[in-house]
Design a protein around this ligand. Sequence first.
Ligand code: UD1
Length: 432
Amino acid sequence: MSSFRVHSQGPFTAPLSGAVEVGGAKNSALKLMAATLLAPGRSTIRNVPDILDVTVMGQLLERLGCQVRITPESSADSAATKPRLTVIVEVPAQLGHEAPYELVRRLRASISVLGPLVARCHRASVALPGGDAIGSRGLNMHMSGLEEMGAKCHVEHGQVIAKVDHELRGARLGLDFPSVGATENLLMAAVLAKGTTSIDNAAREPEIADLCSMLTKMGAQIEGATTSTLLIEGVDSLQPVEHTTVTDRIVAGTWAFAAALAGGSVRVVNGIAEHLDLPLDKLQRAGGEIDTDPDGFTVSFTNRPRAIEISTLPYPGFPTDLQPFAMALASVSEGMGMITENVFESRFMFAQELARLGADVRVDGHHASIHGGLALSGAPVEAHDIRAGAALVLAGLAAVGTTTVSHSHHIDRGYPAFAEHLRALGADVERS
Ligand code: UD1
């Protein structure tokens, strides 16, 4: 089992310094790969992160009958950091419609083949997905939306089975909660449905806007991308496309929190500050300085941060994926930090691991209060999911001694070359 080993003398003893370049968003690239299924022919997705989930999604598309080629992009990246990928998908006229358990269980995003398969094949059998241990992650909105559009959906033997008897038709859909995955699946079904679909209370994450932009290039008729009401006029067919993935705002935000936890100054090249309005505002309130430039932004902390209050919410609220970093930061900040988690009920499992480093976190339902200003000390800890794992590595930068984060394969799923990037910023981090 591989791990990250982080050595530190405590917060602000070895401030970070330098620049880190952020590539395409995992949570966009995987959905863009699924969206290629909507048009027969060769589609090309660029700026795809070099992570295992991309390989697994490629294997899933192959199982559905596509040919997939994943190649490194030539780039000016230093040899220490992994290049980005180009993914070329040849989509056949006749697709398979079964997404098997052995692949789907390995990543949550595989559920996003459901909408395209229903749209193209009028039937789909997709195993219930796996992914991170952060909460129950229901699929009721995905299924009820497809049913409103004329599909019959049920779960049988661990598979979501969807079948359209007559035609997939546009419908007025309203989501109980702006679910990212449900919005994506219903959008991808609606672009090839007959007539008009509206999705009210749709998610507005930048990754949805990226998907809308790719679908529009493929010939889809979509209004309201970036708003909470999507209006889609179905078309008979779509064309293959070339598309470049939007920058990963969660990875960019992670580097912003790294500067806050370790101290110092980190320039986040390609970071899109407007996708991180609230997190950057919170970091400023914590005492950081944020400077934006045409190619990204820089976050600098010269003094120990002040405690902040955060409440996770769908975009443009504070992202749940950055919540563990905020908790780690609160544990070394001056004062009492408060966090409310409104999206995934099990995300506070992270608090137990943080406590091993000496953090004082009290959890009450979906609220956590963090008594800050304590001296953290290095210890063996375990990564339970991508973000919690990365947050433990960053907490290690502020803990005296050695922190060993095991189960680091979780971190690799979201952060290509994380250790190399940290070392380039001056952190004492190694893989073992
Ligand atoms: C995506 C991201 C994840 C991010 C999350 C919220 C991917 C692969 N993952 O996950 O990193 O943290 O958005 O920004 O893109 N829900 C239901 N029923 C449904 C659908 C969702 O109850 O039919 C609930 C979920 O259990 C969860 C909440 O809604 O509590 C949010 O889920 P959703 O927005 O769908 O997140 P994902 O698409 O799974």
